[in-house]
Structures are given as C-alpha cells and as structure tokens.
Ligand binder design. Structure first.
Ligand code: SF4
Length: 643
C-alpha cells in the first residue's frame, strides 16, 4: 500500500511596517527548529514560507501562494503583532480547502481570549518541537485541541538550524542563535519565563559550530537569543573560545544580559569575543515598581556593569517601561534622570507597558487596576497612579531628556517612476521581484482604470504598498472605489496614498472610510503615541506639491515639496522648506548628477529635510546610503509593469 506524503507549511508573519523594504527581523527560527525536528519523521515534508515572501507580500498575494500549494497542515508562529492576520489567513484557508491549522508561539497562552477560533484546529502552548512531532504521527492528538510538552532535551541536542540550510541569513544578514531556553527570573510583565520550565542550555559544541558557520557565511550580525546570558554555566570559557574563532571581530555579536552580572573580566571577554551591543533592561529605578514586577535590581551595580561594557565599545541599550504598576510620572522621571546621569542613553528604548497574555501582570490586572487595550500589543491605557495624560507626558519627558524620537514617522519614499520617464499619460505601475514573481508596490491612479484591472492588482500587492493619485484624476468617488477594491482583499496590509499636485487639499477624512482595513490595525495600537489622539496609524497620506504653504498637517498626513527645478536644492532651499515634511527631487537630472549630489549629502542626511527621489533606483541608492542597516537591498528589486 502506498502512503501519501504529508505536506506541512509553517508561516511567520512580520511586524507590519509602512516602509517597503525595511528590515523586519522576521526570521522564522521557531519554524526552523520544528522542521529540523521533523526530519526524523517519515512521509512528512515540512516547508517554511521564505522570509522574503512572508515579510513583503500583501494578504491576498500570500493567500494565493498558500492555496496554490495546498499544504495538508499549515502552522503559524504567532506573536502579538501577527495574531489577527494569522487568524484571518486561517479563516480564508479553511474556506478555500480545509487544511489542518495549528498555532504556536509566544501569543498562544491559555488565558488569551483572542486565540479562540473555529478556524484553528490545534494550539501548542510553550515550546513546539515535542508536540509538533506527535501531531505529525498521531492523528488522534488533534482531537484534543491543545497540548503542552517540554522540548528541552530536543533543543539541547539540536545543532543550529542554519547549519542544515533551513534558514536564509542573507535577507537581513543576521543569524539568530538560541543558546538557552527558560529564564530563572520572574518579571511580572514577561511570558518567556513560563514558556519553558527550568533552564536548558544548548550544547556548547553546537554553539561553537554555529559561530564558525556564521563566520564562514559572512554573516554580519549574530544575535544570541538569550534573555539573560549571564546565567549560562561556563560562560567565561565559552567566550574565550568564541574570541579565538572571531579574532578579527568581523562577526558582531549582540545579546541581552542583566547588567549587574558584568564585572571587568566579563566585560573584557565580551569585547574580545566580538560583542558590540547588549540589551540591558532596567525598566525602572523605582523600588516599589521593581518589587511589584518581581525584578530586584541593584541600581548601583547596574550602572557599573553598563559602564564597563560601554568603556569597551559595546553599546548598552537600556530599556525603560512607562506605566509599571507601583510607578508614577515622578518615579518614571527619576528613572530617566538615572539613565541620563550615568550617560547610558546611547540606544535608549522607552516602551509603554504591554499587559501581555500569560504574564503575572495580565493575571493580576484587576487587582493592580491596569486598564489596557484589548487588542495587541495590549498597551496600558492607565493605572491607578499613571493617568492617560501621564503616559503621554512621560514619553515627552523621555524624548526631550534623551533628545530622541521614540515614535518617528515612516521614512520618506515617494519615488514613483523610472529614470527618464517623466510625468506622462500612463506611467507604469512599479513592481518588485520577490522570488520568481512580481508584486506591485506602487500603483498609478492617473485615470479611471478599469475595475477588473484594479481587482487583479489587488491580488498581487506587496506589503506595504503605495497608491499614487495623479493630477489628472479628480473624481473622489473613483478614488474611493479604487481604495475599496485594493484594500478589501488586503485588510491587514498597510498603505500610503500619495496625492501628486491635486486640486485643493485632499479630504482624507472623507476617503478613509473607503479603506477596508480591519480596525484596530496593529499599527493603530502600536503607534498610538505617534499622535495624542487615537485612530488610524496604518494608512499614511502624503501630499506632493510645488506649493510651499504648509497646509496638510492632520494625523498621518505629511506634505512634501515637489522639486522640479533643474538645479538641486541647497542649504538656503532647505532653510526655506524646513517647515514641510520633505522634498521630492524630480528635476531633469541625469543619474550621474543625482549620484554626485547624493554622495555629497548622504552623511548629512540627518541635518537636512527628508529627501526622496522620483526615480525608484535613485531612491533605493539613497536609502541604502543613508540607512544601510535598515533596508534589505535584495527586496528593493524594482521593475516596471507596462499597462
Ligand atoms: S524579562 Fe527577561 S529576565 Fe525577566 S523573566 Fe523575562 S526573560 Fe527573564
């Protein structure tokens, strides 16, 4: 009797962004461990949706790819940022051909009401490998609906999945390495410590092998996924070994650590091994807040440890949390002053508290009086001593004191044409090549395009995508119709609408109801502090005009000066246009002239207005020159699409 092969596809959807081509960090390491573990099961083939496809495609395009392959089992790695989108795709897949669907990942906890769905057959709590192996071999387990089983032994003895080419590091040129599972601490806001009972450390020989692999494959950055690297037994010996392999320090290593654990010898060893950055959570210096979150911290030793690594050229990235139970505005400002006084804000990160499922804070939220958003990322709205206004004031205080913007607007990219392709009647849509196929990233609405054409485009959209409304298209009803057709099959895909020299000021409030995004979108919640009033954060509107009077100033609106002169803007022009949100350079310049200007200004980009270039290739060059660590060159593969 011939047995049929079972085909499994594992999908990990990214944090949504409004900048196309930005690094998403969406590396499906959990899926890779599952695939590696399943290699021992016969008649099962596990695929992972490639990162470039999972991260840069709109909902409809993703849906079509998955249904075309019709895997028997579809697994989703679920985080707070992709939960609702994963549920949406599950529903669509069930409607399409009824695969078996399994959810796992940090968002899957018994106390999370949002995961209760008729479209998900099975929930895996905590680590995935052991339960996944059973699901592949025992059909009756599916009937139970959920399971949890430790996988420490499998993890300890598994080499890094990169060694078996299960993951592609080339997208971000970053490699993730899990060196330990579990955490001995019990911080009230964190779920990680509950996802694995006790501590399991990966075999040292596997870690050394992985570091060698990273060096052999020219990986730029190795991220040791350790919540607290300091608790690893024999850490100093491991660091000595790594420093011998990474003598040149060509491989940059980054990780997380409790700063109090760092002494001078340890700091020397980190530097010698090639460490360049450490996330060190301080969260608060308020003794009451530290006690309630069960995170005892010796602030004097914390500062000492952070200074020791900083003196050795390792960036200490300190985290602070706004709205912790037991903390108030004054307590938070003391924490800010502590970090400022010790000059530890090189890469400061300030977050509002997220009351995550599975955490002690979620369990005790009533007792603690925490009011939080019901939608991910479950941001604290207010606590008994931290009012809504205090949350905003705290963020303002930190931004001013550290001279940083914690919630920046998306980068400026309003490029819309290919070189030598001036404004003409039918400019081509602009696509990107991802894998074998092309996906539309920039749609031209220069006339009333046929409805079937728009419907076809809607199924091939990149994530995010842009709609350029040209001067010739004036009918607001057609614009609304187009927005509806494009967004309805893509209810989780963020977008930007760019109005090129319209008559009058676009009425975005009238257009917005035509955009059929599922609200609240993750970005609506996650970027709530971008503006004081709540509302849309997933649709950006940009006005590109030669009128320098600043008039497009609402939330999620920005006004760009359309620079069509035959010379480039220089310092006096920047001063004149500084009140606007940027400049689109769209004159009759040759590529050589543009490159010379870009090279002159690239290292001063932070001191001049935001700049974009009309030509997509020149724009790509500018992004890679000015933000090389933020963008993925490999997915900025522009191609024109003739209509
Ligand atoms: S926040 Fe970090 S140190 Fe605290 S329990 Fe979670 S993983 Fe451990």
């Amino acid at each position: 009797m011939a047995y049929r092969m079972i085909h499994v596809l594992i999908i990990q959807l990214p944090v949504p962004h409004l900048d196309y081509g930005v690094q998403t960090g969406n590396i499906p390491l959990g899926a890779a461990y599952l695939k590696q573990a399943a290699a021992q099961v016969s008649r099962v083939e596990v695929d992972i949706l490639p990162q470039s496809i999972a991260s840069y495609l709109g909902d409809a395009a993703l849906m079509d790819i998955i249904s075309e392959h019709r895997p028997d089992i579809v697994g989703f790695t679920v985080y707070c940022w992709n939960l609702k989108r994963s549920l949406f795709l599950s529903k669509k897949l069930k409607e399409s051909y009824m695969p078996q669907i399994v959810f796992g990942g940090p968002e899957i906890t018994p106390d999370n009401p949002l995961i209760d769905s008729q479209y998900v057959d099975f929930l895996v709590y905590g680590e995935g490998e052991a339960v996944f192996l059973k699901l592949l071999q025992d059909q009756t387990l599916w009937e139970k609906g959920s399971a949890a089983e430790p996988a420490g032994a499998i993890f300890r003895d598994s080499p890094s999945p990169y060694l078996h080419n299960v993951l592609e590091p080339e997208i971000d040129n970053v490699m993730l390495l899990e060196t330990q599972r579990g955490c001995p601490y019990r911080c009230g806001y964190c779920y990680y410590n509950k996802s694995h009972a006790g501590l399991t450390f990966a075999d040292e020989s596997h870690l050394i092998q992985a570091v060698k692999w990273a060096l052999d494959h020219d990986v730029k950055e190795l991220y040791l996924l350790d919540p607290s690297l300091n608790v690893r037994p024999g850490l100093k010996d491991l660091l000595k070994e790594i420093s011998l392999i990474n003598k040149s320090r060509r491989l940059e290593i980054i990780s997380e650590i409790r700063a109090e654990a760092i002494d001078a010898q340890m700091a020397d060893l980190f530097a010698a091994a090639g460490f360049s950055w450490f996330e060190i959570g301080l969260q608060s210096t308020n003794p009451q807040a530290l006690e309630i979150m069960n995170r005892p911290t010796d602030t004097r030793r914390f500062a000492q440890g952070a200074q020791l690594i900083k003196e050795r050229g390792i960036v200490p990235a300190v985290d602070l949390i706004i709205g912790l139970p037991g903390d108030d505005l004054q307590g938070f400002s003391h924490s800010v002053e502590f970090v400022a006084r010790h000059n530890l804000y090189d890469d400061i990160q300030v977050f509002p508290l997220s009351v995550l499922p599975g955490t002690d804070f979620r369990l005790n939220s009533n007792k603690l009086g925490l009011q939080f958003d019901e939608s991910p990322p479950y941001t604290l709205i207010e606590s008994p001593v931290f009012s809504k206004e205090d949350m905003l004031l705290a963020l303002d205080y930190a931004e001013v004191r550290f001279d940083v913007v914690m919630y920046p607007m998306p980068d400026l990219d309003v490029s819309w044409r290919h070189s030598g392709d001036p404004l003409k009647t039918s400019p081509p849509d602009i696509a990107v090549q991802i894998g074998k196929d092309r996906y539309i990233a920039k749609i031209q609405l220069d006339c009333e395009r046929p409805i079937p054409e728009l419907e076809s485009l809607a199924r091939r959209l990149a994530q995010p995508y842009q709609i350029f409304v040209h001067p010739r298209l004036r009918d607001p009803d057609f614009i609304k119709k187009a927005l509806r057709i494009l967004s309805a099959p893509n209810p989780f895909t963020p977008l930007e609408i760019i109005f090129l020299e319209p008559q009058g000021t676009p009425d975005t409030a009238a257009l917005m109801p035509a955009v059929e995004l599922r609200r609240p979108h993750f970005l609506d919640q996650d970027l709530r502090y971008l503006f004081p009033a709540e509302g849309n954060r997933a649709v950006l509107c940009s006005l590109v005009t030669q009128d320098a009077t600043h008039r497009f100033t609402g939330n999620m609106e920005r006004q760009i000066f359309w620079w069509k002169k035959n010379r480039f803007p220089e310092s006096p022009d920047f001063a004149e246009l500084y009140a606007l949100d940027g400049i689109l350079i769209d004159g009759a310049h040759s590529d050589v002239e543009i490159k010379i200007w870009q090279d002159r200004y690239a290292n001063r980009a932070g001191d001049i207005p935001f700049i974009s270039f009309a030509d997509v290739f020149m724009q790509k060059r500018w992004l890679l020159l000015t933000a090389p660590d933020d963008y993925v060159a490999g997915v900025l593969n522009w191609v024109g699409c003739r209509r």
